[in-house]
Design a protein around this ligand. Structure first.
Ligand code: G3P
Length: 216
């Protein structure tokens, strides 16, 4: 499974890249609003750090506006993927952008049928939001299982990005299901590396080493 980071924070992206596990980045208007600076400068800076897909969201309400924005965003850097919301207008924009070779990531996907529509329209990536479904007492990961089954049934090439991840178990479940990608907040990436037995083990090994290191 590929790991993307779900943030627009340059320091977090640099830190995750330095661990050697980072395959791409997803942003959204909320994540951009938390950072300083012009959005386009942020997108370009991210593309300089990570050599993989970097999602930048189009915000126009109509397909013509989304296509125009998408063309401009894609012109900023070869790694930019245009994030398009899962609406009727969004699907129209995905279709046009796909014919021009511009990759899209259809976002705010909450059902398998929305995912199927996005893939059929020509999306390169489809992003089901698991955490926001869990928040309303609906099993987000079950939707991901269904989406993977449907994509497999019809050999659809769109890659599934499990998004709105809130904790490491979401990542474990995504990997067990065989989802292509998980886009993960920095805090969860840090949690994924931790285990109390690892910390205890290091403490014990270091203490024992202190006893023997000066032996002749
Ligand atoms: O980037 C989209 C998605 O991951 C947002 O997550 O936590 O705002 O539901 P969240």
């Amino acid at each position: 499974m590929k790991f993307f980071i779900d943030t627009a924070n340059i320091e977090q992206i640099k830190e995750a890249a330095s661990i050697g596990i980072l395959d791409g980045v997803t942003t959204n208007p909320t994540l951009i609003s938390r950072e300083k600076g012009n959005p386009e400068d942020i997108f370009k800076a991210i593309c300089e750090i990570v050599d993989g897909p970097v999602s930048a969201e189009a915000v126009s309400p109509d397909w013509q506006g989304m296509v125009k924005e998408g063309r401009h965003l894609a012109s900023l850097h070869k790694n930019i993927v245009v994030k398009i919301p899962m609406t009727k207008e969004g699907l129209k924009a995905v279709k046009v952008l796909a014919t021009e070779g511009i990759r899209t990531n259809v976002t705010l996907v909450f059902s398998p049928i929305q995912a199927l529509l996005a893939a059929r329209a020509g999306a390169a990536f489809v992003s089901p939001f698991v955490g926001r479904l869990d928040d309303i007492a609906s099993e987000g990961m079950e939707r991901v299982e269904q989406i993977m089954q449907i994509f497999s049934n019809y050999a659809l090439s769109a890659e599934v990005i499990v998004a709105s991840i809130r904790h490491p178990m979401h990542v474990v479940r995504a990997a067990m299901i065989g989802a292509h990608i998980a886009t993960i907040p920095f805090k969860v990436i840090e949690q994924m590396m931790k285990h109390p037995l690892t910390d205890n083990g290091i403490t014990r090994f270091l203490a024992d080493w202190e006893k023997v290191k000066n032996r002749s």
